[in-house]
Write a protein that binds this ligand. Structure first.
Ligand code: ADP
Ligand code: MG
Length: 589
């Protein structure tokens, strides 16, 4: 086309397209999932903007938020059209070719090693999956802020953009036209498309229509050539009062023939899963919903979920879909959760910034955190491996094998996030501390919790003992533990660098103080001879202190913390532990 402007794909994108176009990957169906997902995203965007500006939707058909699929068998074109936000010329250039997303090269690498394309959407390059089935693709798009443009490419390293002066105006939105390859003919079958849309649109909240053929019975004159007979029938049928005898004698002068007509057929049920009663939603449906929400189409199941209706000051109920672009709904430390909040309490006609500061949003956030932490706690409660009670353990495990080991799995993946939460979220610190897991001098390589530690505390033990270091092996050899071990006290091993920071925030738990056993202030029960010893070694400790000078040590004391080792260097109460010094040094290097 004469007015077309040519562009080259960014190198990584070009490489990705090469791989796709030559791919032998068998599950090519996924391209439709990606296109529907993009259409749905684009519709969400315009709907979101319309919350604060109704005008933006336009009038008539343009305001209809739907997705339309059409087939052209002769030209072998499959087109998917949405009335979403659309793309300006600049958007087309950037989004479809010149700017590589961060996931592009990661995905290319993954495909080259595994050959698996299913996760393409998660890497932010789902659009290019169209080249699994098409060798030429046109993207026609109209954004409110620009004229209609056409993007086109044959996946030969380049694409072209032209102002659209020949296609039907879209009003607003995007139409993707796939010129299918010969071997992709199945995507021109209505039945195939219906099946795929059903599979991929379960949680799409916009209607998806197919321009579907329909066989209808039509009455046509029995003998179309005979003009006189047709007109005589019409005359008679108009005459309602015609005598019965005449009617009976009359032979039917029309016949029924099959005719193909086309109409928009709705393919999905748009009733949102979150509006249904949690009791009526199956585990399988939740799993599928998670896959669609998280764009995670691997085999992974969600570890757990929580579905609730909040009532009271803020109702989360039907109507407004709050965009997941609100980072404010969950704190960073819970960002591994995927979710959806639906509320009609939020005001519609305020700016986004104001919406973010709205008090309902804070209430929602508070409740979401609470529910999330409850949910995580439940994973632990239902995990037979977590139970210390032997009888209960057997009982639980026999009928709940599936939940076995789930908490350890969670902890390995997201333990760091929980620790981050303890540091950042003072309000929920205690709830989060309940979720902590660690090894101890007595846990025999297994993970244990603070509650379990407390249940094993010796009578008269006031503090929770812990020690920090690089690894368990190193800590086990520490002279700081000699005496404690001999006296049968349990000591927590904190071996993650973040633990040092964690313990600056976690001062106590259930009225028990935390005591770093490598620091000053360790009290191991009462020692009757303490005073006497202190007195008799007074001269020695004084001599040591002056010999080492105040630059090197604060004090030299008699202590009952050791057993075999004659002396040990202890950190002052408010100073950094030796481990912390090590961490800080490694950070500055
Ligand atoms: P992702 O959807 O993860 O961002 P894609 O490769 O599927 O990655 O799409 C790339 C980008 O192209 C999208 O982020 C969006 O900006 C744009 N885009 C794709 N399809 C549409 C559409 N139907 N309407 C508007 N924009 C679209
Ligand atoms: Mg996408």
């Amino acid at each position: 086309r004469s007015n077309a402007q040519k562009f080259e794909f960014q190198a990584e994108v070009s490489r990705l397209m090469d791989i796709l176009i030559n791919s032998l990957y068998s599950n090519k169906d996924i391209f439709l999932r990606e296109l529907i997902s993009n259409a749905s995203d684009a519709l969400d965007k315009i709907r979101f903007l319309s919350l604060t500006d109704k005008e933006i939707l336009g009038e008539g058909d343009t305001a209809k938020l739907d997705i339309q699929i059409k087939l052209d068998k002769e030209k072998k074109i499959l087109s998917i059209r949405d009335r979403g936000i659309g793309m300006t010329k600049e958007d087309l250039i950037k989004n479809l070719g010149t700017i590589a997303k961060s996931g592009t090269s990661a995905f290319v690498e993954k495909v080259q090693t595994s050959g698996d394309l299913n996760l393409i959407g998660q890497f932010g390059v789902g659009f290019y999956s169209v080249y699994l089935v098409a060798d030429y693709v046109e993207v026609i798009s109209k954004h409110n802020d620009d004229k209609q443009h056409v993007w086109e490419s044959k996946a030969d390293g380049a694409f072209a953009i032209s102002e659209d002066t020949w296609n039907e105006p879209l009003g607003r939105g995007t139409e993707i036209r796939l010129h299918l390859r010969d071997e992709a003919g199945e995507y021109l079958e209505e039945s195939k498309l219906k099946e795929l849309v059903k599979k991929y649109s379960e949680f799409i909240n916009f209607p998806i229509y197919l321009w579907a053929s329909k066989e209808v019975d039509v009455e046509v004159p029995a003998d179309e050539d005979d003009e006189s007979s047709e007109s005589s029938y019409e005359e008679e049928s108009k005459d309602d009062d015609a005598e019965k005898s005449e009617d009976e004698e009359e032979k039917p002068k029309t016949k029924t023939v099959k005719e193909t007509t086309y109409e928009w057929e709705l393919l999905n049920d748009v009733k949102a899963i979150w509006l249904r009663n949690p009791k009526d939603v199956s585990d399988e449906e939740y799993t599928k919903f998670y896959h669609s929400l998280a764009k995670d189409f691997g085999d992974e199941k969600p570890l757990s979920w929580s579905h609730f209706n909040a009532e009271g000051d803020v109702e989360f109920k039907a109507r407004v879909f709050i965009s997941d672009e609100f980072d404010e709904l969950l704190p960073k430390y819970l960002s591994f959760l995927k979710g959806l909040v639906d509320s009609d309490t939020l005001p519609l006609n305020v700016s986004r910034e104001m919406l973010q500061q709205h008090s309902s949003l804070r209430t929602i956030k508070k409740k979401l955190i609470r529910k999330a932490l409850d949910m995580i706690r439940k994973i632990a409660d239902e995990d037979p491996d977590e139970s210390t009670d032997k009888d209960k353990k057997d009982e639980v495990s026999s009928d709940n094998d599936e939940k076995k080991g789930q908490y350890a799995k969670f902890w390995n993946e997201f333990g760091k996030s929980i620790k981050l939460g303890i540091i950042e979220d003072a309000t929920n610190r205690n709830r989060l501390a309940k979720l902590l897991r660690f090894e101890t001098s007595k846990s025999e390589g297994k993970l244990t919790s603070l509650d379990q530690y407390i249940s094993r505390m010796k009578s008269g033990q006031k503090d929770i003992f812990y020690i920090t270091g690089t690894n368990k092996e190193q800590l086990e050899k520490s002279p700081f533990l000699e005496r404690l071990r001999k006296k049968n006290f349990e000591v927590i091993y904190f071996t993650d660098p973040v633990d040092e920071y964690l313990m600056q925030y976690l001062m106590d738990y259930e009225d028990k103080k935390f005591q770093n056993v490598s620091k000053e202030g360790l009290k191991i029960g009462k020692d009757a001879k303490a005073k006497e010893l202190k007195e008799s070694f007074k001269d020695l400790t004084k001599w040591w202190k002056s010999a080492l000078s105040s630059e090197n040590v604060d004090d030299v004391k008699i202590s009952n913390r050791l057993d075999n080792t004659p002396c040990v260097v202890v950190t002052s109460k408010f100073g950094w532990s030796a481990n912390m010094e090590r961490i800080m040094q490694s950070q500055t290097l």
